[in-house]
Design a protein around this ligand. Structure first.
Ligand SMILES: [Fe+2]
Length: 273
């Protein structure tokens, strides 16, 4: 099973640019074209939050339009820039989002089970896994202990070292790790929010990671007082390959046009020069 992960589109509608720099619609369109052209084609696509920049209904309409070329099922979770009910309304016909409450759900019809978590706190940049959400997660995992499982959520459950992002981190991360320690079938926790590729171990056995954004990337700045800034580094996506008996192997893909591929071949050396 092959899972493509795209994240943090920060989509605006009406041709407006984000932060006066980023044409997020054009960026998402390129990301979708890249994923749609993958061979082999991913079985599903997961999008790990900050789908829109302001959670406006017209942004979700634009999102539907831009995701339409993807032929496989696309599963969305909200980030701190999203608006729960506007997102729910825009994608009601997809059938997997609950009609009320948190936008949690599970995907049961794939070899690798997916548990989607909603870490959104309206009006706040940081996320939360409160007691209610952790209980839902614990129950969801307890329902299928034998099935290898992937969790998707926006806010990563680890401290990244990028201080300006860690200040808008996830509350309940320690409790989340405690839940995972009871459910060893969780192979990976796939997140967004950081607009960079980062990995960390969570609890005794699971690997958590963040994906690059499809548009702008957070500046890689590990100084404790580093300011909040972004870079127009190459955007990317992740490809997670799951095979029975092997587990999940994750690849990083870059979005853009690059020279190659070339064969590994040098010109034959000539003895006479
Ligand atoms: Fe974001």
């Amino acid at each position: 099973m092959l899972i493509a992960q795209i994240s943090d589109f920060h989509l605006k509608a009406g041709g407006r640019v984000t932060y006066r720099v980023v044409d997020t619609a054009a960026c998402l369109s390129r990301a979708v074209d890249t994923v749609a052209a993958l061979d082999p084609a991913p079985d599903i696509v997961v999008a790990t939050g900050d789908l829109t920049d302001a959670g406006r209904p017209e942004e979700y309409e634009k999102l539907r339009e831009l995701l339409a070329p993807l032929r496989q099922p696309v599963y969305l979770i909200p980030g701190n820039h999203d608006e729960r009910d506007a997102m729910r309304r825009a994608f009601a016909d997809a059938g997997y989002l609950p009609a009320s409450g948190f936008l949690h759900y599970t995907i049961e019809d794939q070899p690798l089970r997916v548990v989607a978590l909603d870490t959104l706190v309206p009006g706040e940049a940081g996320g939360c896994l409160c007691e209610q959400r952790l209980r839902w997660l614990d129950d969801a995992l307890a329902a299928a202990p034998e099935r290898p499982t992937l969790i998707i959520m926006h806010h990563p459950p680890f401290v990244t070292g990028i201080a300006y992002m860690d200040r808008m981190g996830l509350s309940g991360a320690a409790e989340f790790a405690a839940v995972l320690s009871r459910h060893p079938q969780v192979e990976r926790v796939l997140c967004g929010h950081l607009h960079r590729s980062i990995q960390a171990r969570i609890g005794p056995h699971a690997i958590a990671s963040t994906a690059p954004g499809t548009a702008h990337q957070m500046a890689l700045d590990l100084r404790p007082a580093g300011p909040s800034r972004f870079m127009m580094e190459p955007p990317g996506y992740q490809l997670h390959l799951w095979r029975p008996g092997v587990g999940v192997v994750s690849h990083a893909g870059v979005i853009g046009s690059f020279a190659g591929p070339y064969p590994f071949r040098d010109d034959a050396p000539t003895r006479d020069g």
